[in-house]
Design a protein around this ligand. Structure first.
Ligand code: SF4
Ligand code: SF4
Length: 321
């Protein structure tokens, strides 16, 4: 045991033949390479260990279902051999009976064609509203008694590199976008690099009023981009000018906010009830089930910040009056 704990990843890799590696050896390499799954922030080796011998189906997550983000799909398509190789390793590590690649059906901001297979792996397109996780399993072909192991496409690329190149994870794949960014791109960025440096690498047209680290819906606003650095779960850095004066133009009644709401709410109606102080009707809207995903705000062409109002209301508790 002591002998093993002193070993570095270089003692094992690069492997000449992944087929010769035992499952536990692959998991050990994932631990030594300190690979973190970008989809949930969990160490990859823990996920693989927990899924061993469960007869799972391995789901390669490249769904990128939040607006602006393509930091899983981009690497999946551009580094497809590495990703497929990582998937084969993960499959061997857990003894998975099958592998599927999941991509988002409603890709709007990429001029790309999604193939039906990637390096021989079946690609499954997941449709519907955000978040994709809520519905991905119901969209999959029925598999009797199947359990599912989701692993991020980028974590699998890092697993391939750990095994075949003997490298520790030192980078993350980050989408840099937003209306302040000159050249939106997916970059492979060194861990620890400041958000300022990453944004500058893609060119800032104007100084942003708002920078979000992480997903556009699940990320957090950054106050000081010098102090925020890239971590394995930094999926995106988004810079917006977002002039508050531009907000709250009139609703055009397009209904998009209702279409995208994963909780089946009608954000426009809820906000109208608030505006008109219709407390009785408001109570019947199920506003308290809002999860604050921000899908309604992001899809609203009138730039109304519906999510802030509905989610804020849901946190206030019972409507009075
Ligand atoms: S923020 Fe709330 S109201 Fe808006 S889409 Fe998400 S769950 Fe629905
Ligand atoms: S998405 Fe915006 S403009 Fe469209 S119905 Fe909803 S609130 Fe109105």
């Amino acid at each position: 045991m002591e002998e093993k704990s002193r070993r570095s990843i270089k003692d094992y890799a690069p492997a000449a033949d992944a087929g010769a590696l035992e499952a536990d050896e692959i998991i050990r390499l994932a631990r030594m390479a300190r690979i973190v799954d970008e989809r949930d922030g969990l160490p990859l080796f823990r996920k693989l260990k927990a899924a061993q011998d469960k007869d799972a189906v391995l789901l390669v997550d490249a769904m990128d279902d939040e607006p602006y983000i393509s930091s899983q799909l981009g690497p999946l398509l551009h580094l497809r051999e590495e990703c497929a190789s990582g998937a084969a390793l993960a499959r061997r590590a857990v003894g998975a009976k099958d592998v599927l690649v999941l991509v988002y059906k409603n890709i709007t901001d990429l001029e790309i064609k999604i193939p039906k297979t990637i390096e021989g792996l079946e690609v499954q397109r997941i449709g519907g509203v955000y978040p994709a996780d809520n519905r991905s399993e119901s969209s999959l072909p029925r598999r009797k008694n199947a359990s599912y192991l989701y692993v991020g496409a980028c974590a699998l690329i890092h697993l391939h590199r750990a095994v075949f190149q003997g490298t520790v994870q030192t980078t993350a794949f980050v989408t840099v976008a937003g209306d302040c960014v000159d050249k939106p791109a997916n970059l492979e960025v060194s861990l620890g690099l400041s958000a300022t440096r990453v944004l500058e690498a893609c060119g800032l047209i104007v100084q942003p009023n708002r920078v979000i680290a992480g997903g556009s819906m699940t990320g957090v606003s950054i106050a000081d981009t010098d102090k925020v650095t890239v971590t394995p779960v930094t999926r995106a850095l988004l810079a917006f000018r977002e002039d508050q004066r531009d907000r709250r133009s009139a609703c055009i009644g397009c209904g998009r906010c209702t279409e995208v709401c994963p909780m089946g709410l009608d954000p426009r109606f809820i906000c109208a009830c608030l505006d008109m102080n219709r407390r009785g009707e408001l109570r019947k809207t199920d506003y308290q089930y809002c999860i604050g995903c921000m899908s309604c705000s992001y899809s609203c062409p009138a730039k109304l910040d519906l999510a802030a109002r509905v989610f804020g209301l849901s946190h206030k508790g019972e409507v009075e009056g």
